[in-house]
Design a protein around this ligand. Structure first.
Ligand SMILES: Cc1ncc(COP(=O)(O)O)c(C=O)c1O
Length: 415
């Protein structure tokens, strides 16, 4: 089993006490941090694990035979095992540490795509993708002569799967790459169905789980994915570390992405051979302390329970949509609460999102305003930008009330 499935209710006020960032005021107001989709805040337990690693066990990994090097190696490999369990991956050698989800997807796009794509082939993405799961595919398709196709959205911001047959008629579907949760609209996508379709077409299925792994159980075997990308910083871990899971049979046939130290088996003047998995894909010094922090963050999330986190966020999304729908002149984007994660994107008639966000900041409310690295989606919505409020395990209802009050101030200022 990937994570705890104990159905317990999350007490966000108790959870929040583990996050020192909330011990301050912003502009004299309590901090309402509603930007967790960009990056999450950090629990004390995660930071303490990193400090303990630096204080007691720090050295470069794998190469040393002395005590500290062995401790550091055990800590890094222990973190890798925690990621394996998190994702229910069959083999720990299939977990590659990277800097973030973006790097994980680039690794697949280059190392798999450059050798497996060509004219007549199709890479299928969706109109909901973050640029991280769009631009690498667009680039590699352009380099290899493959074409890019998009699964469109319907009016509710959900994927229109009735288009799949017509997409398949355009070429050989070699890759289907989609997120599990949209960072802009919060849409939860039918990824098992898309994985099945990708395989029926003879393609691979690449899952961008950057926005789902922090909030729900992601089981790579149950989903039927071939590659899964996650970022530590979105799930209570430090910045600078993420993970790629890849099916061993695919990873072992792929060329390396980065070359240099650590990723080799032997280096001769005439030829270099690659190391075993996962080291073939981990050139240079690993993000050691970051991986330790990532492991501690996974422990923290498991202790709270992913089912409890998902239920809490659904509750907050429903509450926010209910309260915000009463605001005059508001446009709310995306599906109904029961089919979305804790993300609410909106616009207020005649007020630029940056102005909204700036006035909210004066009220202690941190939201994001912009295109959220989803320009194709913004084009579809017919806007340049939206406001986005996003929730996590430490978000309390009072923060949403503070947002709604702040939006009343915004409307007064611009009346
Ligand atoms: C859905 C999704 N994919 C990918 C990314 C990229 O994550 P990172 O910047 O950590 O690589 C993000 C970040 O916002 C995201 O929300």
């Amino acid at each position: 089993m990937a994570v705890s499935t104990v159905a317990k209710k999350l007490d966000a006020h108790t959870v929040r006490a583990d996050f020192p960032i909330f011990e301050q005021e912003i502009h004299g107001k309590p901090l309402a941090f509603l930007d967790s989709a960009a990056s999450s805040q950090k629990p004390r337990q995660m930071m303490e694990a990193m400090t303990a690693f630096y204080s007691t066990s720090y050295a470069n990994v794998h190469r040393g035979v002395y005590v500290l090097a062995e401790r550091a190696t055990a800590a890094l490999e222990g973190a890798r095992e925690k990621v394996r369990v998190l994702l229910n991956a069959p083999d720990v050698r299939e977990i590659v540490f990277v800097r973030n989800a973006t790097e994980a997807i680039n690794l697949v796009a280059y190392s798999w795509g450059m050798n497996n794509l060509g004219p007549g082939d199709l890479v299928v993405v969706t109109e909901l993708e973050h640029h991280s799961n769009f631009v690498p595919w667009q680039y590699v398709a352009g380099k290899t002569g493959a074409k890019l196709a998009m699964i469109p959205l319907d009016d509710q911001g959900e994927l229109d799967l009735s288009t799949l047959d017509s997409i398949a008629a355009k070429g050989n579907v070699k890759v289907v790459a989609t997120n599990q949760v949209s960072n802009s609209l919060g849409t939860i996508n039918p990824v098992e169905r898309l994985a099945t379709w990708a395989h029926e077409q003879g393609g691979i299925f690449v899952l961008d789980a950057a926005q789902s792994a922090p909030h729900m159980t992601v089981d790579v075997q149950a989903l039927g994915a071939d590659f899964v990308a996650i970022s530590g910083h979105k799930m209570c871990g430090p910045s600078g570390v993420g993970a790629l899971w890849g099916r061993g049979s695919l990873l072992s046939r792929m060329e390396p992405f980065l070359t240099g130290g650590h990723m080799i088996n032997s280096v001769r003047l005439d030829k270099t051979t690659w190391g075993d998995l996962p080291h073939k894909f981990e050139a240079g010094t690993a993000p050691m302390a970051e991986a330790v922090g990532f492991g501690a963050a996974i422990d923290y999330l498991n202790a709270v329970g992913f089912d409890a986190i998902a239920a809490h966020e659904h509750e907050l999304a429903a509450y926010a949509l209910g309260r915000m729908s009463e605001i005059p002149g508001i446009t709310l984007y995306g599906p109904p609460a029961e089919r979305r994660a804790g993300i609410v994107s909106f616009n207020i008639d005649g007020i630029h999102p940056h102005d909204v966000a700036q006035i909210l900041d004066m009220n202690g409310v941190a939201i994001r305003a912009g295109h959220h690295c989803c320009q194709p989606l913004m084009q579809k919505l017919g806007v340049a930008a939206t406001n986005r409020a996003s929730f996590y395990l430490y978000t309390v209802q009072e923060e949403i009330d503070q947002l709604v009050d702040g939006l009343a101030t915004v409307r007064k200022v611009f009346a």
